[in-house]
Design a binder for this molecule. Structure first.
Ligand code: GDP
Length: 443
């Protein structure tokens, strides 16, 4: 996701960096290009204009232009504004007191039923909640059956189907069952509609009235771009949405819907559907997404993903190190190993700082693993001391390391820069007192 935007913006900021000292005109020119890049990514025009209006005075200020690192400052301002646009922080589900009814609404084919089952599975496995799901789609018995089958696959309970009941009756029966059964969460999969249709909208509103849901989640198809945003607007006007699940984000290179959704509807994206499998639902983190778009590397996601496949002992050792804010070359080497092991290179590569721009070329040539092996060769060419304390590595050492692995000094520099970005992010994480990403994994 966001691949094309990432490469466009990468180019803009590279040009800016190349200029060293900046004038107002330089920044103005760069922002024009940012504007075009956002429009090409299918971001809603009003959102783009707002964005540029917000960024411009900050980025063209004296403080930035006269600063030591003006281009980095501009990138940071764009980064922070992107986060604002996407919603300041990741907002989980408001579950409140059990059983928490959650209403799932959306057009037919958006991935609503699949997302309901995905959410049920996620709440059950990651949050240890007991989940009951019920389909309210009385018009399409196949839809009810589909939820039942998905529930069986996911190991999530579904309400027994009784033909002939109205959606409100089913919803009330589901709520009663959830109470009696001691469930924490009740997912209500409302009837899909082909387009915004008053009758079905009224039906969902009636269910909403009868169940007083803690969350009303719209499921929308990311691939439909601005249509998805307009659909969200229409739903929101009729019943306040508390969150959005964007499906098919796995196939959406532009990401316009994701980028516009929050600004246009006010409702935050809570999850992204990243594939057809029931496990393919990811919490949405605005900060990580903004970093990924600007190719600043999504270190936290990367580390989290890597740890999921690490063995427990290694994960604990790594967590201890990270708590201290430390991340040396040995850790980077281990991370690279994990990446190789995990196979899912495409997604992982996008998380590494600086890799985004060359990713397309790598994809074409199928070079992913080779790149990692080369990076590891550079690390292997370092002495033990250097690996433990990369700050030691001066110009002379860089030359020796490059020679040792048959690569250029620029390759060594690139690796050192990547390491620095990751180490800094981890240090910042520690300073900010952010939750340890490993905590959840270690129970
Ligand atoms: P509904 O009519 O809105 O309930 O849609 P379904 O849940 O039946 O989904 C329609 C199709 O989209 C199914 O084939 C799903 O497997 C697929 N689908 C749902 N979510 C995603 C996703 O995040 N990514 C991909 N690639 N396919 C998805």
């Amino acid at each position: 996701m966001f691949d094309s935007l990432q490469s466009r913006l990468g180019g803009v900021f590279d040009r800016l960096r190349g200029r060293g000292a900046l004038t107002e005109a330089d920044v103005d020119e760069a922002l024009k290009e940012v504007r075009t890049a956002l429009i090409e990514a299918d971001v809603e025009l009003g959102v783009v204009e707002d964005f540029v209006k917000r960024v411009k005075p900050k980025a063209e200020g004296e403080a930035v232009i006269r600063s030591v690192s003006p281009s980095q400052q501009v990138v940071k301002i764009v980064h922070d504004s992107l986060i604002e646009m996407l919603g300041t922080e990741s907002t989980g589900l408001n579950l409140g007191s059990p059983p928490a009814p959650i209403l799932m609404v959306g057009l037919q084919g958006s991935g609503k039923t699949t997302s309901t089952a995905k959410l049920g599975l996620l709440l059950q496995t990651k949050e240890k909640k007991r989940v009951l799901m019920a389909s309210l789609d009385v018009n399409r018995p196949a839809a009810m059956e589909q939820l039942k089958v998905l529930g069986e696959q996911a190991g999530v309970a579904t309400l027994p189907i009784i033909p002939g009941q109205t959606p409100v009756t089913i919803a009330k029966r589901a709520l009663a069952s959830a109470k009696v059964g001691g469930y924490d969460v009740l997912l209500l999969d409302t009837a899909g509609r082909q387009h915004i249709d008053e009758e079905l909208m009224a039906e969902a509103a009636a269910v909403r009235e009868a169940t007083n849901p803690h969350e009303t989640i719209l499921v929308a198809d990311s691939l439909t771009g601005q249509d998805a945003v307009n659909i969200a607007k229409s739903f929101h006007a009729r019943m306040p949405l508390t969150g959005i699940i964007l499906t098919r984000a796995d196939g959406d290179a532009r990401g316009g819907a994701a980028l516009s959704m929050r600004a246009v509807t006010g409702a935050p994206i809570k999850f992204l559907g990243m594939g057809e499998k029931l496990e393919a639902l990811e919490p949405f983190h605005p900060e990580r997404v903004a970093s990924r778009i600007l190719d600043m590397g999504d270190v936290v996601s990367l580390v989290e993903k890597a740890t999921e496949t690490l063995d427990k002992e290694k994960a604990e050792a790594m967590a201890k190190k990270l708590k201290k804010g430390a991340f040396d070359m040995n850790d980077l080497f281990d991370q690279l190993n994990q990446m190789k092991k995990m196979g899912g290179m495409q997604g992982l590569l996008g998380m590494l700082p600086g890799v985004g721009k060359i990713k397309d070329k790598l994809d074409e040539a199928g070079l992913d693993d080779k790149v990692i092996t080369r990076q590891q060769a550079i690390i292997q060419s370092m002495t033990k001391k250097e690996r433990a304390d990369p700050d030691l590595i001066d110009g002379k050492r860089r030359k020796r390391i490059a020679k040792g692995c048959g690569m250029e000094v620029s390759d060594v520099n690139k690796l050192l820069k990547m390491h620095r970005t990751m180490a800094d992010a981890i240090k910042a994480m520690k300073k900010g007192g952010r939750a340890n990403p490993f905590a959840a994994l270690m129970g």
